[in-house]
Design a binder for this molecule. Structure first.
Ligand code: AVI
Length: 325
């Protein structure tokens, strides 16, 4: 009942596959300096992210779970029997709510988790198989882009691609546009896309969520430098950088930075890179965009993804949109 495929792009390897770390060199060589958020997620970073999801200030996971709890059966009713494809499946915790709804409605269960980390994909698939005796799992290890190109035709009547957790917010507008185009290309007419997004709200609420009192988000941010040290023989001194997160109201996005607390030089030896930092200079490590439901629905519609149903919580802090191509 379990099949896991490791995807490799042999036909057209990306720049990153040909030259690992080229994205780090590029980001740290530009002004202002940036780093790709994917370097958050080594084993420790993934654990810290799981802890973030349980923080009292980080309302996102709780709120989305609450919405899913109340709308999962409606989703199953709208789509009928369908293959669930999940991008960035991670621990697949929220997916269980959907699987429960399909199971209760008597539908066949077929789940295709997609994740860049083989370890987490395999362990969560194993635990799902124990809890859902009729479940078939076909996992894909690789990037979203490659996985979306390689989705095998579903043997069930329809398919729903799920992208929950507001991970769309970590893409800039151009990346977001490209991503939605890839979603459209991966779906057949009539198939579904379920999107979870964090909505615009007060600066105070947002900033609290990314500056938690226990300092877990700060540890998550700083862990990126630890990860780079490990991966590229780096010399970043973690005590000489601090976590900074604020809401940029005009761009409707949280910006996370790693700010240098002194003027210093760091090296990534295996990349042959030396980086100079002025006192107070920062690296942009992540953006987390906050959406307006109407605007994102227009963006989806422009790709032919029509909203079938929208759910939010009582405070309208988080939204779940079910679209159909
Ligand atoms: C994964 N992503 C949706 C999280 C977010 O809220 O943008 C990542 C995160 N960064 C800091 N806290 C959580």
């Amino acid at each position: 009942r379990l099949q896991i495929e490791h995807l490799v792009n042999t036909a057209r390897p990306s720049d990153e596959e040909l030259h690992p770390g080229s994205d780090v060199i590029q980001g740290l060589s530009q002004q202002p300096k940036t780093l790709p958020p994917r370097y958050f997620y080594d084993d420790r970073g993934s654990q810290l992210f799981e802890q973030i999801c349980d923080l009292p200030e980080y309302y996102l996971t709780r709120t989305e779970t609450e919405i899913l709890q109340s709308c999962a059966s409606e989703i199953a009713e709208i789509t009928g029997t369908c293959e669930l494809v999940e991008l960035g499946s991670g621990s697949s915790t929220k997916t269980r709510l959907l699987l429960d709804a399909y199971q209760t409605a008597g539908h066949s269960l077929c789940y295709c988790p997609i994740d860049i980390s083989a370890g987490i994909l395999e362990s969560s698939a194993q635990s799902l198989l124990l809890d859902y005796p009729a479940l078939q799992v076909h996992g894909l290890v690789g990037t979203y882009e490659l996985a979306l190109q390689r989705l095998a035709p579903s043997h069930l009547p329809t398919r729903m691609i799920c992208f929950i957790g507001s991970t769309l917010g970590n893409l800039n507008p151009q990346e977001c546009d490209r991503f939605l185009e890839q979603i459209k290309n991966a779906l057949q007419p009539g198939e579904y896309f379920l999107l979870g997004i964090d909505l615009q709200k007060s600066k105070a609420q947002l900033e609290a969520a990314y500056n938690d009192r226990q300092g877990i988000t700060a540890a998550f941010n700083l862990n990126m430098l630890r990860h780079l040290n490990h991966r590229f023989e780096g010399t970043f001194d973690l005590t000489q950088f601090e976590h900074l997160a604020f809401y940029n109201e005009s761009q409707h996005q949280i910006e996370m930075h790693l700010r240098s607390v002194q003027s210093q030089v760091a090296q990534l030896k295996s990349l042959g890179l030396t980086v100079e930092f002025a006192l107070g200079e920062s690296i942009l490590s992540e953006i987390s965009r906050k959406f307006s439901l109407t605007k994102i629905q227009q963006d989806l519609e422009s790709k032919g993804l029509k909203s079938r149903q929208v759910w939010t919580d009582a405070k309208q802090w988080f939204g779940l949109i079910l679209c159909q191509l």
